[in-house]
Every structure is written in structure tokens, then in C-alpha cells.
Design a protein around this ligand. Structure first.
Ligand code: AQP
Length: 328
């Protein structure tokens, strides 16, 4: 049995990009491996967050994990800030990271572009992410394509530690969907769909009302042709919509192309909205029940206790190897 670790930042409402790229895989993996899934609230504060919104987003994402099918008896579900070992190993990993490595990170470049003042936490974020993974000596990391570069840095840091202080950390591997590892924005297929986008029309949130989903998809940008064909190079917008369709309807790209052959974009977009609504509506219903019951707080408490056990053990071993004087 492998160890699996992943998380989502509470920096907005989860989108169908987060669902396809990561959350769906969390749900599948919990049946096969020892899984740790957290809401990475400490990562969320690498960009300014309104306190009330941060609290709401964190509770909402944790509740969506359960509503989407994560089972607290199969996986440990917790908040990153409830396991202080993350911050502590995060600092240690920062000291092992080179400035040049962080400067090369494309997510930092994207998120800091055009901003006058950028927090140092946004720059050192990948070192904290490395700590998140290494604390659990995780083998498999279910993430979307945008996190691949951060995961490569985690592997470099694990290697660096092992070389300096003796073989200890496992080399984590990414676990990604074949199609849909990067779902693009509905208004601009050159940008990935992001929960923190200032334009809500660019994404479908998992909690969007069915009427909103229908409206957003009917307005999704397409090219001026009419052929429903998967061709990311020449038809990036339509290809993105086909990826979404494929995931939500469990149909192959070829089946979708054949179904809409000669019909133009209208019927395709209309049906796409219905397949997305059909999957999200029951999740939203369960979500409302979870929020009402308050059960999420007990789930997070149990998850944090389980995660802390392994995380504290790892941290102690790391400190011992590095020469820290351990408390007697
Ligand atoms: N558009 C996407 N397509 C496929 N997978 C995606 N993921 C994010 N966007 C897409 C995956 O979702 C997980 C959660 O990511 P995160 O919350 O740690 O931050 P992120 O990768 O930066 O995602 P967002 O939605 O774009 O958040 P913000 O806007 O706050 O930066 C990851 O596994 C990610 O790969």
C-alpha cells in the first residue's frame, strides 16, 4: 500500500478544474492506498486573504471533500494549520532551497506579475509544499499539471536532504489524469481555470447553481468554426470543453466527437451543461447537509490527530539527523 498526500488552497471556491485535476483522483485513491488529504490554509495566505472569507473557504473546501466522496474512515482529512509540523519542516526546507530554484517557478512568476508588493511567502511557497509532502514520506501526489514543477523541486529537496543527512525521504511521484490535467479558463483558453480568478465567468465553481452553470457554459468562448473536434493546438477552447465533457460524462473524446458530428457548438454546449449539472447537483445537496450538521469539525479533529502522529515522527527524525538538540 502506498502513501498518498495532497491538498487544495482555501484561496477561493473549488472549481471544476480542481475537481477534475485533483479531487476526483483523491476519491479514487482512498480505496487503494493510505491517504492524507488536507486543506492547505497556510498556503492560501501567501496572497492576501480577508479573514472571514478565509474561514468560510476553508470550511467550505473541507466540506466539499466529504460531499464529493472522501470518507474520513478511509483517508485522514485535516487542515494544514492544525498540524504545526508543516510550518516547522517548511522552515527547514526553506533553508535547503536555493533562491535560483524558487526564481524559476512559473507559478510565482504568474502570480507576482504586475504586482507592486509581493509577499515573501509566495516566493517560498514551494519549500512549504515540499515539507507537506515529505512529512508523510508520500509516494503518490494527485495533482493537476500546474503543480508538476513544484513537485520536481520537492524531489530535488528530498534528494538534497538524503545526500547530506543520510537516506530518509521517499521520492514522490505525481499522479495525474491523462486528459484534463490542466482545465483552461472559459474566457481564455491560454490561461488555466483558477479559483482565485477575479472573473467568475472564467470558471465553474463546484457550488455554482445549475442556472449559473448553464449560463457560464453557454457563454464559454469558442472559435468561429462549428466542428466539435479535439485539437488543442488549433481549437484550444473547444478541446477544453471536450475534456470537461469527457470527465463529467465518462465518455471518450472519440465518442463525444462522433455524437456531435455535423451539429455545431450549440447542442454540444447545451448537453455539456447538463452533464456537469448531473454530477455537481448531488454533491451540492450533500454539501448543504454537511454544512448544516457541523460534522466537519469532528472529521477535521480526527484527521489532524492521525496526521500529527506521522508528521511529528518524521520531524523528530529530521531534526535528529540535522543535529538539533531534542527536548529530553
Ligand atoms: N485548471 C486546473 N486544471 C486541473 N487541475 C487543476 N488544479 C488547479 N487548477 C487546475 C489542481 O487542483 C489542486 C489544488 O490546487 P491549489 O489549491 O493548491 O492551487 P492551484 O494549483 O494554484 O489551483 P487554483 O485553483 O489555480 O488556485 P489559486 O487560484 O488559488 O492559485 C492542485 O492539484 C492543482 O494542480
Amino acid at each position: 500500500m502506498k502513501r498518498v498526500l495532497s491538498g487544495m488552497q482555501s484561496s477561493g471556491q473549488l472549481t471544476i478544474g480542481n475537481y477534475i485535476g485533483a479531487l476526483r483522483n483523491f476519491v479514487n485513491l482512498q480505496h487503494l492506498h493510505r491517504c492524507y488529504f488536507m486543506v492547505v490554509d497556510m498556503h492560501a495566505i501567501t496572497v492576501p486573504q480577508d479573514p472571514a472569507a478565509l474561514k468560510e473557504q476553508t470550511e467550505s473546501i473541507a466540506s466539499l471533500y466529504i460531499a464529493a466522496g472522501l470518507d474520513p474512515n478511509k483517508a485522514s482529512i485535516f487542515l494544514q494549520s492544525h498540524v504545526p509540523a508543516h510550518a516547522e519542516l517548511g522552515w527547514i526546507m526553506t533553508t535547503l532551497t536555493y533562491m535560483g530554484e524558487l526564481e524559476r517557478m512559473t507559478q510565482f512568476k504568474d502570480k507576482s506579475a504586475g504586482k507592486e508588493s509581493v509577499g515573501a511567502g509566495l516566493f517560498t511557497y514551494p519549500s512549504l509544499m515540499a515539507a507537506d509532502i515529505l512529512l508523510y514520506n508520500a509516494d503518490l501526489i494527485p495533482v493537476g499539471d500546474d503543480q508538476k514543477q513544484h513537485l520536481e523541486l520537492t524531489r530535488d529537496l528530498a534528494n538534497r536532504f538524503n545526500n547530506r543527512f543520510g537516506e530518509f525521504f521517499t521520492m514522490p511521484e505525481p499522479y495525474m489524469p491523462e486528459i484534463g490535467a490542466r482545465i483552461m479558463s472559459l474566457d481564455d483558453a491560454s490561461k488555466k481555470m483558477s479559483k482565485s480568478s477575479p472573473n467568475p465567468g472564467s470558471y465553474i465553481a463546484m457550488l455554482d447553481e445549475p442556472a449559473v452553470i448553464r449560463k457560464k457554459l453557454s457563454r464559454a468562448v469558442t472559435d468561429s468554426g462549428r466542428e466539435v473536434k479535439y485539437d488543442p493546438q488549433n481549437k484550444p477552447e473547444v478541446s477544453n470543453l471536450i475534456s470537461i465533457y469527457s470527465h463529467f460524462a465518462n465518455m471518450s473524446v472519440a465518442e463525444i466527437e462522433a455524437k456531435y458530428d455535423g451539429q455545431g457548438y450549440g447542442p454540444f454546449k447545451k448537453d455539456l451543461a447538463e452533464v456537469v449539472v448531473a454530477v455537481l447537483e448531488p454533491i451540492q445537496e450533500r454539501y448543504r447537509e454537511i454544512r448544516k450538521s457541523g460534522e466537519i469539525f469532528d472529521i477535521l479533529k480526527k484527521g489532524a490527530a492521525e496526521a500529527s502522529e506521522l508528521a511529528n515522527e518524521t520531524l523528530l527524525e529530521v531534526k535528529k539527523r540535522m543535529g538539533f538538540v531534542l527536548p529530553s
